[in-house]
Ligand binder design. Structure first.
Ligand code: ADP
Ligand code: ZN
Ligand code: ZN
Length: 749
């Protein structure tokens, strides 16, 4: 017997329960995930419509009481079916519950109040109202007095309900009672929130003319042709240096797709949604394009989705979650800066936008374009293997030069008595740029963990003898490997050169800002990091101040070098390029290379030539060397060799299972049992590492352990996941142990 897991209604808040029905033999062939079926529902057994979200042999209820599906409804083609299949894909491949997966992909309608505002208008004449007001005052109806007064003061004697509630401290019962007393009318008002804020309307922008260069046109045509060929590649990888016109190629591909009556999604890393991007798209596509960013409220986001569903827009530009825009006939998904780690969800289900995009495109006979100056090693490898196809734009538009790069050896500085984070060369260049009234960007790449231990004299970083990742300093004074649990006392002197300048690396943006202000009191300094961009427009504000030339130096984390175009910047410096190199995961070199290359792309975007300084304790490191030459090939060759040697993705797939609990003892027991279950399953060639402490061993009283599994085949990893899930279902019923899965990356070749 097979059973169908069914949701009765989707796209509503009610999406919180899955019902199970038996599938009669005669319908077995017909019913698939995504099918629309009928079944008797509720106490009255009313025939009801629902969607199949899963098919299973396991009955979760009393077998004898379970009802049966009575029929499959004629093919109702809708975006719902596609999304249910997408949710199933996510559940199966990333490990989560069906509900979690559904909630990830289906644009949930938010409570009506959240997306619909009402207008309160005074029904009485002002004279009548004033009379009533004095009566209310006599009776001390304070809330009613406030609301009535506010309406009398308001233009046209009308108020938005939301304003009345927030600013005028009215309450819903008060509004209701005035409505019932015939004092005011309350009218629903559907307003699509405009997430563009203060932007110009598209009519005000001049018509945009696209004249692609020969190179750009050749790339566009090639991608277009291959996408429409008999056996298209799974994705089209467009590698182009910053400023080569990748965006121009995206726009042309999107234009052609829309001309065919289909829709487009452009994913960008959150940080890259600048006024520049928005305006370029509006110039070309006018009102048919919509933008999303993570700071939209859920209601605002739903509005944008609803516009897509109604066919009011053709293009959605936004971060990861824009991938789930419910277009009916999606033709193209572009992922810009495809190497960015923000494309992977940090919460369950930890899906990767690239992989889900390929699945969505496949379901729609559409195609995926991945763009980057520094493609992820996975994608480039897939292109080498022939699953993806590579297209290149090797030159900047209009022949603009790439910035010059220079590596500064900080060990040398220390040897010559300079213990500041500013090398003498950098110091001199800052003075020079300030004198010339040119702009400067200084950043630290702090993405990794500041806990690694390094020698400031020789650059040596303390690594795990078993895992080739850096050890992290813990509070208790030991250095720990988070991959295998290896632990050792922190060294007092460098094992290589015996210098005593060995320790954990610490330097924050704030300290750097202070230092710069002290050293260059005449400079106008801005700082941009997590702290200064917390509130809604913080980010955009700082950037526009800098873009307008109202500051000379922008200090920040890596977020400052991503995606922005500042023509007056002629000096960019990575203050300690090593910092991201020793994050204890295998992506560290890749991230460092991408970041430094991108930073170099920031320098000299205008007429004047720029320079990029890379300050480092490890000038020999291949990712730093290759970044200084802006040579992707050189980097990739070294990196893929390293991955081959250590069996890291994309050579093998990697599954990290994170298990957390407040109760350390039962956690330790559970992880060992899980490990045993996995060993018993006896998958050939499976490499199992751990259990070990997670990078952060404890968060908010939850202890964290990890098990790593490596295997050539992705589906062995999903099987391993199923075993652990099954174990969890059977033995961890108490609910005090939590399991999370993190797949890296899906086999795309
Ligand atoms: P990328 O996305 O590769 O960094 P962009 O598409 O942003 O490159 O192009 C860089 C700059 O060059 C932009 O200011 C863009 O307007 C300009 N540009 C590129 N190609 C063209 C073109 N064919 N015609 C006019 N301007 C172009
Ligand atoms: Zn040393
Ligand atoms: Zn180790």
């Amino acid at each position: 017997m097979t059973y169908a897991n069914i949701i009765v209604d989707i796209s509503h808040e009610k999406l919180d329960k899955i019902f199970q029905f038996a599938i009669p033999k005669e319908l077995e062939e017909e019913i698939m995930v995504g099918s629309v079926v009928q079944f008797p529902f509720g106490t009255g057994n009313r025939l009801t419509k629902g969607y199949v979200v899963g098919i299973t042999e396991q009955c979760d209820y009393d077998r004898n009481k379970i009802k049966s599906v009575t029929g499959v409804l004629a093919k109702e083609q809708g975006v719902e079916q596609e999304f249910i299949r997408l949710a199933e894909f996510i559940r199966k491949n990333y490990g989560c519950t069906t509900l979690q997966a559904l909630k990830t992909v289906i644009p949930l309608k938010q409570k009506v109040q959240a997306s619909e505002d009402s207008i309160l208008s005074l029904k009485l004449t002002p004279a009548e109202s004033y009379k009533l007001l004095s009566i209310y005052q006599e009776k001390h109806y304070k809330a009613k007095v406030r609301l009535l007064q506010a309406l009398l003061d308001a233009p046209n004697h009308t108020l938005q309900k939301s304003t009345a509630l927030k600013a005028k401290q009215a309450t819903t019962p008060v509004i209701k009672s005035l409505e019932e007393a015939g004092v005011i009318t309350v009218a629903k008002q559907r307003n699509y929130r405009n997430p563009k804020g203060g932007l110009r309307q598209s009519q005000e922008l001049s018509e945009y003319e696209m004249n692609l260069t020969d190179h750009q046109l050749a790339c566009t045509d090639a991608i277009w042709q291959d996408a429409h060929s008999y056996v298209p590649p799974k994705a089209h990888l467009l590698q182009g240096v910053t400023g080569s016109g990748k965006t121009v190629v995206y726009m042309e591909l999107i234009r052609r797709t829309i001309a065919e009556g289909r829709q487009a999604i452009l994913l960008i890393p959150e940080i890259a949604l600048t006024f520049q991007t928005v305006e370029r798209f509006q110039q070309l596509f006018g009102e048919r394009v919509s933008f999303m960013h993570s700071r939209l409220s859920k209601g605002e986001r739903f509005d944008q989705f609803e516009r897509a569903m109604k066919g009011e827009i053709d293009i959605m530009v936004g971060p990861r979650s824009a991938l789930f825009t419910p277009f009916k006939n999606l033709g193209i998904i572009v992922i810009d800066e495809e190497h960015e780690s923000t494309y992977k969800s940090e919460t369950m289900p930890k899906y990767h936008a690239r992989e889900v995009a390929m699945e969505r495109a496949a379901q729609n006979q559409g195609f995926v374009v991945l763009g980057s100056a520094t493609p992820s090693v996975e994608s480039y490898y897939a292109a080498q293997m022939g699953t993806f196809k590579l297209y290149q734009l090797p030159e900047r538009f209009a022949g603009r030069d790439m910035a010059e790069t220079e590596i500064i050896d900080l060990r040398q500085e220390l040897r010559q008595g300079n213990r500041s984070v500013l090398s003498r060369r950098l110091y001199g260049l800052i003075e020079d740029r300030l004198a010339k009234k040119e702009q400067i960007m200084l950043f630290i790449n702090r993405r990794g963990y500041a806990g690694f231990v390094s020698c400031r004299s020789c650059g040596q970083v303390v690594k795990c003898p078993h895992c080739d990742v850096s050890l992290s300093l813990h509070n208790h004074g030991n250095m720990v490997c988070h991959y295998c649990g290896y632990e050792t006392k922190v060294f007092q002197s460098c094992p290589k050169c015996h210098s005593k300048y060995i320790g954990a690396f610490k330097a924050g943006t704030q300290q750097i800002e202070e230092l710069i202000r002290r050293e260059f009191p005449q400079a106008r300094v801005l700082r941009m990091d997590m702290d200064t961009t917390k509130n809604k427009e913080g980010h955009q504000k700082i950037l526009s101040v800098f873009a307008r030339g109202e500051a000379d130096i922008l200090v920040g984390t890596q977020m400052i070098v991503k995606g922005h175009d500042f023509p007056k910047v002629t000096l960019v410096a990575a203050l300690a390029a090593d910092m991201s190199l020793y994050a204890n995961d295998y992506h560290a070199a890749e991230r460092t290379f991408a970041l430094l290359t991108q930073a170099a792309g920031r320098a000299g975007r205008g007429e004047r030539k720029g320079i990029m300084l890379i300050q480092t304790y490890n000038p020999e490191n291949y990712s730093i060397q290759a970044a200084a030459k802006q040579d992707y090939q050189e980097f990739y060759q070294q990196e893929i060799n390293y991955r081959l040697l250590s069996n890291y993705p994309p050579i093998k797939n990697l599954l990290a299972i994170l298990i957390t609990s407040m109760d350390l003892e039962s956690l330790e027991k559970a992880v060992l049992q899980m490990k045993n279950q996995l060993i018993q399953a006896d998958f050939q060639d499976m490499v199992l590492i751990g259990p070990a402490d997670a990078t952060v061993t404890k968060i908010q009283d939850y202890y964290r352990k990890v098990i790593y599994i490596k295997h050539q085949k992705y589906d062995i990893l999903t099987k391993a996941k199923d075993i652990v899930e099954e174990y969890g279902r059977k033995y961890l019923l108490g609910g005090n142990i939590f399991i999370q899965f993190d797949f890296n990356p899906m086999n795309t070749y």
